[in-house]
Design a protein around this ligand. Structure first.
Ligand code: NDP
Length: 325
């Protein structure tokens, strides 16, 4: 089978398409034949070395397809089942024709969810699910700040937050992306490359600031996010698209108005298979009801993984990106 590998960290050009042996599942594992592979920003951190990996390595954490082999002890799935994984893959990484997953870390796909939608939505949608419903429970009428709102996670967050009745202040990097997030329901849009985010948020909220801000951009938005929070507000730092944010000092949180700061990652909000299944079910329900629509903004052949990374890192993408084997 074909798989993307990298032997050293660096730019997109370190990604190579190679032929490898198709892996066999262990007793509690399944083999998935991929129909679509999700591309996520975290894979650029792994490729660049920001999140160190043992090298040489495969890459990718999200794929959807059909089970083609099961280990002896697997009862959760059988050959022919349609499944997806998001962060549950064991090897060689989702950027491949097949991957191995622990059976208890894969989810079944309902008939209504096709493989492309699943690969575009599962990781980004379950991230949204824990951020809006569990890390903090977004309430109807609450005003929230969502950065990079036209991106893969961002688009789902805007729509899900609107479904919960929130007022959404969205930030984006271009006029075209601004138009897109308005269509998705964002109430206010800030062009954060040109406008002062904190000043705009204060203006929109009558000086109060927001009770919660979701920041996946990191370095470039850190100050603006901090300055946008209301008294006792919550800073959710969940990504580093522009580079890691600076260290947070307790004093900054005090001066900002007794603020809270958290740095969550999805694995800790899906620590059990039950949490995984509940999170996925909530996502399928949001998609099924039409409240969350999944935009697949870009598709690339598996062999074009480099191009997919270049597009993502140059801010040229909207919605989700897929690799198609
Ligand atoms: P996106 O599709 O959102 O792509 C990233 C976006 O970030 C870009 O399109 C761009 O939008 C914006 N951005 C701002 N500054 C930069 C920069 N300097 N370089 C590149 N992009 C920049 O990616 P994903 O949906 O895959 O992921 C979104 C974020 O969520 C990532 O930071 C990711 O790591 C994080 N994440 C965290 C998880 C967790 O568990 N903690 C789980 C899943 C995702 P614009 O042009 O509008 O500025």
């Amino acid at each position: 089978m074909r798989a993307i590998r990298f032997e050293r960290t660096g730019g997109p050009d370190v990604l190579e398409l190679v032929d490898v042996e198709t892996p066999m599942p262990g007793p509690r594992q399944i083999l998935i034949h991929h129909e679509a592979i999700g591309v996520n920003f975290i894979e650029t951190y792994q490729r660049s070395g920001l999140y160190p990996m043992k090298l040489p390595s495969g890459l990718g954490g999200e794929a959807a397809g059909v089970v083609t082999a099961v280990g002896d002890e697997v009862t959760r799935f059988k050959i022919g089942d349609r499944v997806a994984t998001a962060g549950g893959g064991v090897g060689p990484g989702a950027y491949a024709d097949y991957s191995i997953a622990a059976a208890e870390r894969a989810v079944a796909l309902p008939d209504t969810i096709d493989s492309r939608t699943a690969a575009a939505a599962l990781l980004k949608g379950m991230t949204t699910e824990f951020l809006l419903r569990r890390l903090h429970r977004v309430e109807a009428g609450e005003t929230i700040l969502v950065h990079a709102a036209a991106g893969g996670v961002g688009q789902i967050m805007v729509q899900w937050a609107k479904a919960l009745g929130a007022v959404v202040i969205a930030t984006v990097g271009s006029e075209a992306k601004a138009a897109r997030v308005r269509e998705l329901g964002a109430d206010h849009v800030i062009l954060y490359r040109d406008q002062d985010v904190a000043a705009e948020v204060r203006r929109i909220t009558g000086g109060k600031g927001v009770p919660v801000a979701y920041d996946s951009v990191g370095k470039d938005t850190f100050e603006g996010t901090l300055g946008s929070l209301a008294r006792r507000g919550l800073f959710v730092s969940f990504g580093n698209a522009s580079g890691p944010p600076p260290p947070v000092e307790g004093r900054q949180l005090m001066l900002g108005g007794s603020l809270f700061f958290t740095r969550p990652t999805m694995v800790d909000y899906q620590a059990t298979t039950e949490e995984l299944d509940t999170s996925a079910a909530a996502l399928w329900a949001m998609i099924g009801s039409g409240q969350v629509k999944i935009e697949i903004g870009q598709t690339f052949a598996l062999a074009e993984a480099r191009k997919a990374h270049e597009a993502l890192e140059s801010r040229a993408t909207v919605g989700a990106s897929l690799l198609i084997p």
